[in-house]
Design a protein around this ligand. Structure first.
Ligand code: NAD
Length: 304
């Protein structure tokens, strides 16, 4: 089995690369290292192509000496606060167009990253047939990716599975700095004995999914029918709950320090995946709840 992973030096891509290499004959990561770091790929046995996949006339043949059976597309500008909408849209959309062209030529199945951000401030639980209301350029780019995938499935007989990740956290995200998961940020503060800063008054909630489950969803997607699927736990975790679990796991007793939320306009106060379609069509059900996910992660970080 021959596998290509775009964005493979990033958070989700590197975890995927390290997991999938054991089942691959050929495995190549492509990343422009605009964000991802080589350290994420320590232990990776495959090839690494250093290239911007969004450039015009991307010459895949120059870089690849095999035709992939599966393309896992994780490459993206993932900074939702990125100031240049045009460049955000260009790189995310044109990067995916190049991936789809490669998939047609090699008859590869595409498993691509979408995002729960396509739901905007939609009602919960968010199900795949809910209205999509992207609220920023990043979310809009994911919305367009889904439209493109649908068109290629219909017109070119391509197999394409889109995964709408909710909030993913876990090993190999630390390089993301301020856009790393909230769980990571709070753990860092609390490890230093500081009170965790969360937005007033901590009752907002998100569907937090552990990276090992996100990897598992990708593996399940290899056998799933074309479509778009939520990747979440189906369980809400409030910000206060994250602090409570971190206190327990880290052995601390720190009260939240509530601060004003400066991002009210686009902020998703609550996200929650309807996980029934992913369960029935992909056989995917998250194994980690918030307690076991945080515990596993803190051990990996060496915090406990
Ligand atoms: N992490 C999450 O919670 C989450 C949630 C929803 C959706 N997603 C999506 O999942 C995917 C992976 O997310 P992540 O958290 O691993 O992000 P990440 O930023 O860690 O990884 C993205 C990688 O893509 C690379 N990249 C960006 N533009 C590129 C280009 N034009 N050519 C080549 N490489 C390029 C970056 O260098 C980086 O290594 C993204 O598409 C993201 O939008 C992630």
């Amino acid at each position: 089995m021959d596998i290509l992973i775009t964005g493979g030096a990033g958070f989700i891509g590197s975890n995927l690369a390290l997991y999938l290499q054991k089942m691959a004959d050929n495995i190549t990561v492509v990343d422009d290292f605009s964000k991802g770091v080589y350290k994420n790929l320590e232990g990776f046995e495959g090839d690494v192509v250093v290239a911007d996949i969004s450039k015009e006339n991307m010459d895949w043949e120059h870089y690849l000496d095999f035709e992939p059976d599966y393309i896992f597309h994780e490459a993206s500008n993932t900074d939702t606060t990125y100031p240049d909408d045009k460049e955000m849209l260009r790189s995310n959309i044109e990067g995916f167009r190049n991936v789809l062209e490669l998939a047609i030529n090699s008859q590869a199945k595409v498993i691509y990253a979408s995002s729960a951000s396509v739901y905007g401030k939609g009602t919960i639980p968010m199900s795949e047939n809910s209205q999509r209301e992207p609220k920023n350029a990043y979310a809009f780019s994911k919305y367009i990716l889904e439209n493109m995938a649908k068109k290629y499935v219909e017109n070119y007989d391509l197999e394409c599975v889109g995964l709408r990740y909710f909030n993913v956290y876990g090993p190999r995200e630390s390089f993301k700095g301020k856009v790393a998961s909230m769980i990571y940020q709070l753990a860092l503060q609390m490890k230093e004995g500081k009170r965790p800063k969360i937005f007033e008054f901590g009752e907002q909630f998100r569907d937090q999914i552990y990276i090992k489950d996100a990897v598992e969803a990708n593996v399940r997607a290899m056998e799933a029918p074309s479509g778009v699927y939520n990747v979440g736990t189906g369980k809400p975790t409030s910000f206060n709950k994250i602090v409570e679990v971190l206190n327990k796991v880290l052995g601390t007793n720190l009260e939240p320090d509530y601060i004003k939320n400066p991002y009210t306009q686009f902020y998703q106060d609550q996200t929650l995946a309807d996980v029934s379609l992913a369960a029935s069509k992909m056989g995917f059900v998250a194994k980690y709840d918030i307690e076991s996910g945080i515990e596993d992660y803190m051990r990996w970080l060496g915090f406990v």
